[in-house]
Design a protein. Structure first.
Length: 340
């Protein structure tokens, strides 16, 4: 118990300047609108989905992230529209964040089966915090091994921050290949809780893509008839850069209808001051014929925080896709992206 408390204090002391960093999902392709505004309408269906992440449950304090979204493709306008709600909660400082964003994307056809999406997003963000229980580095007496009481006066109204935010992105895809790029926090809003102090939220850049390989199809026996079973193998990546921090997710996914198996590695192994060897992620999912997709993933911690101390991370996603504009189902281009 003592060791866990020390870990929490160290995380707060080291990570306090990083409270402004964005939340993340291991199943980022299952939260497409959060990943890149250009994904709005990219499925050419109507989609509704939710994501939930419980990070480091082994610690005394919780780190919770969630997202919900809805998007729709307007075929006559070659456009996608969507709405996304993202949030997070960290119990030590009662730090809570809520974002509501509206998205628009336009699809440009470049050839028989090649497309380019341009996406934009405007959001309203609300953040609140209570740092009365937070331990700052100035309170630590390393020589005596004690923590000095009190981190200064803190008024509840000082812990509220609201601002507008803007994101943009591009997405190119064809039959087997996709590549996207996005930039979040283009105006770098001031997120400081300390009066007139200026603390700009750094722009987060993301480059993501992959390739999908078709495997020999099989047959599914449903006791009435045999239907074709889709089988694919995909390799993908997602690189992120925000301020002085960077991260690479690289993984594979096997889709053996209706089963999805995935394996991801997160980190950029280095020997500098900020080692970035973070987690190994296993994904299990199901994609049902009625348009419902469900996924679960577990992060096995590889960093010095340790798996026994952190408890890793659990993540759940659900998504339902349907053809709202044309229930009979017309032909459409299929984005060869990861399920999760």
């Amino acid at each position: 118990m003592v060791r866990k408390r020390i870990l929490i204090i160290c995380l707060v002391v080291i990570g306090f300047p990083c409270f402004s960093q964005d939340l993340q999902f291991s199943q980022f392709y299952a939260s497409p609108l959060y990943l890149n505004p250009a994904f709005a309408g990219s499925s050419e269906l109507t989609r509704v989905g939710v994501n939930f992440r419980n990070q480091w449950p082994g610690l005394d304090r919780s780190f919770i992230s969630y997202s919900a979204y809805l998007d729709h493709f307007i075929a006559g306008k070659n456009s996608g529209v969507g709405i996304v709600v993202n949030g997070s909660r960290e119990s030590l400082s009662n730090l809570q964040s809520m974002e509501v964003g509206l998205l628009y994307s336009y699809r440009l056809r470049l050839g028989q089966s090649r497309y380019l999406h341009f996406g934009t997003q405007g959001s309203f963000v609300s953040r609140s915090a209570n740092f009365e229980e937070v331990v700052f580095s100035s309170q630590l007496d390393i020589d005596r091994g004690t923590i000095d009481g009190g981190n200064g006066t803190w008024a509840p109204e000082d812990g509220n921050k609201r601002f507008a935010d803007f994101n943009a992105g591009l997405l190119y895809y064809q039959d087997r290949f996709w590549l996207g790029a996005s930039a979040h926090h283009l105006t770098q809003p001031n997120i400081s809780y300390l009066g007139n102090d200026l603390n700009r939220l750094p722009i987060k850049y993301s480059l993501h893509g992959g390739v999908q390989f078709k495997l020999p199809s099989g047959f599914i026996n449903d006791y009435f008839n045999n239907s074709r079973q889709e089988r694919t193998f995909s390799v993908a990546f997602n690189y992120k850069q925000q301020g002085i921090f960077n991260q690479l997710d690289f993984g594979t996914e096997l889709y053996f209808e209706p089963l999805i198996l995935g394996l991801w590695y997160r980190g950029i192994p280095t020997k500098n001051m900020l080692p970035n060897n973070e987690a190994l992620i296993a994904v299990l999912g199901f994609s049902l014929p009625n348009g419902l997709d469900m996924g679960y993933s577990y992060d096995y911690t590889l960093s010095k925080l340790g798996w026994r101390n952190s408890g890793g991370a659990h993540e759940i996603s659900m998504r339902y896709s349907f053809n709202f504009a044309d229930p009979a189902g017309k032909s459409r281009s299929v984005l060869p992206s990861f399920k999760y």
